[in-house]
Design a protein around this ligand. Structure first.
Ligand code: AHR
Length: 496
């Protein structure tokens, strides 16, 4: 059997994890909103038309923050279309995804939905067709208590209390040639700077996210990030990162996507440090990895100008779930720099769950690692020291075949270890948990694996791919030997 060593010490903390590392994303895309979070008339919907099965899922996975309303959608969106009496709201051609936007769900409905889902919103403003003034006005509409035309309009629309959204994204992927009214780094840097100024004057307590590179493949990477930060370093709190991974026929390449994610984060952390030095400032801008996932980006659109089209509905495989697990470990291991992240997206579009209009919901294999890490990956992130066989990959060169992360939850007095065995063979993990005061006992080990890496869950077999319990291994002092099955995602809990 293959052998690996993994050591974790209570004394080597990376950071205290910001729970917003386990955020998600709802865009007006496909059936994410219409038929996803919002489906009036569905037997499971509440009085607002919010699907309760989806709300339950968001609460079960303890999703702490949800980005909205885009994505590419936001760069052509007029937020005023989505407020006021529903019968008066305009139907529009939505240019980002060639759909019809009915505007039956807007910012007020999103605020209500966040409350029902027990989460908070991360709101993106339109810096494509939109102006700094419109962004500041949306913030005033949402967060100002009252006594001005816009805040009173919100009150008249049934929301006496401010929505009080704390996190705001200054546009979306403005370096992407696909973006509605994309900008050069200099244009965006200036526009983001002026928008940030106006928004902070409206509400000084917000946190702002500047658009970083949307992909390492773009020729603008990473000059874009350096230039944008030179304009905005003192204005913003976060730089955003977006990255999607695709299965191209080689399981080894997808399962090791975490190595690419590592590099992306390291490069942008270095870019931030460079601008920080240039500015002679003590301020530390952090990273918001506010779009990440596996995405088969070649899925065709079902047609143009459809309402709530069945687009971007990906049936995720076991292999995709393993890749997602590996990436979650990367996020934890960089949690000192990456404070927020959003799995893109939440429901129906590129999502860990799929719903049927008028029908039920099915959890994709990717739901499980996301839910497990979101619920258990809280507390202190601990450094992991790993020795494991290497594999040669085309995309990332030599990569270690054991990806892992560890956290210590002081309240629960539990160490949680997440581990992905990328090999086609079982691996014996020689685990050492150092400097925990007290006896250690393994209380749970779950494994997500299977014969067929391409297996999916669907409405006929919704539980085909699901984690199962493995026997707990005795811990001798600080050490345990644990079998990690071939190509498996493992979640292990140890009580101290
Ligand atoms: O999540 C789907 C799309 O991916 C988003 O709209 C965009 O920001 C990214 O390119």
């Amino acid at each position: 059997m293959l052998q690996a060593k993994l050591s974790v010490s209570r004394e080597e903390a990376i950071s205290s994890i910001d729970e917003r590392l386990y955020g998600s994303f709802v865009e007006h895309l496909g059936r994410a909103v219409y038929g996803g979070i919002y489906e009036p008339g569905h037997p499971l919907s509440d009085e607002h038309g919010f699907r309760k099965d989806v709300l339950d899922m968001v609460r079960e996975a303890r999703v702490p923050i949800v980005r909205y309303p885009g994505g590419n959608f936001v760069s052509g969106y007029n937020w005023r279309d989505g407020i006021g009496p529903k019968q008066d709201r305009p139907r529009r051609l939505e240019l980002a995804w060639a759909a019809i936007e009915t505007n039956q769900f807007g910012i007020d409905e999103f605020a209500d939905w966040c409350r029902a889902a027990d989460t908070q919103g991360m709101i993106a403003v339109n810096l494509g067709t939109g102006t700094p003034k419109e962004a500041a006005e949306l913030l005033e509409y949402c967060n100002h208590p009252g006594g001005t035309a816009l805040s009173d309009l919100r009150r008249a629309n049934g929301h006496a209390q401010p929505h009080n959204f704390r996190v705001w994204c200054l546009g979306n992927e403005m370096d992407g040639p696909w973006q509605i009214c994309g900008l050069t780094a200099d244009e965006y840097g200036r526009k983001a700077h002026e928008t940030a100024k106006m928004m902070r004057w409206v509400d000084p307590d917000i946190q702002l996210v500047a658009c970083g590179s949307s992909a390492m493949e773009l020729p603008t990477f990473p000059v874009w990030d350096r230039k944008v930060l030179e304009y905005t370093y003192e204005d913003v709190d976060y730089l955003s990162l977006h990255r999607y991974y695709k299965y191209k026929g080689d399981a080894k390449e997808l399962i090791t996507s975490f190595a690419d994610m590592d590099r992306f984060i390291d490069t942008l952390s270095a870019t931030i440090d460079y601008v920080k030095a240039l500015k002679r400032t003590r301020k530390q801008v952090k990273l918001s990895f506010d779009e990440w996932n596996v995405w088969d980006s070649e899925m065709p659109l079902p047609g143009r100008w459809l309402e709530g089209p069945e687009s971007h509905q990906q049936y995720y495989t076991l292999l995709d779930a393993l890749a997602v697990g590996g990436m979650l470990c990367t996020l934890i291991n960089h949690s000192d720099r990456v404070r927020m992240a959003c799995l893109a997206q939440l429901v129906n579009a590129l999502s860990p769950v799929l719903t049927k209009n008028g029908g039920g919901m099915v959890k994709m294999p990717t739901y499980y690692p996301f839910m497990q890490v979101s619920t258990l990956g809280r507390g202190q992130a601990l450094a992991v020291r790993v020795q494991a066989p290497m594999v040669e990959t085309e995309h990332s060169g030599d990569v270690r075949t054991l990806q892992s992360a560890a956290v210590y939850d002081e309240q629960a007095r539990e160490v949680r270890v997440f581990a992905l065995n990328c090999n086609e063979e079982d691996m014996l993990l020689n685990l050492r948990l150092e400097a925990f005061e007290g006896e250690l006992r393994m209380v749970e080990h779950t494994v997500l694996d299977g014969e067929d890496l391409m297996a999916v869950n669907d409405f006929d077999a919704p539980e085909r791919v699901k984690p199962h319990a493995a026997p707990c291994t005795p811990v001798a002092g600080e050490r345990a030997q644990i079998r990690l099955p071939a190509q498996s995602w493992n979640v292990m809990r140890f009580q101290v």
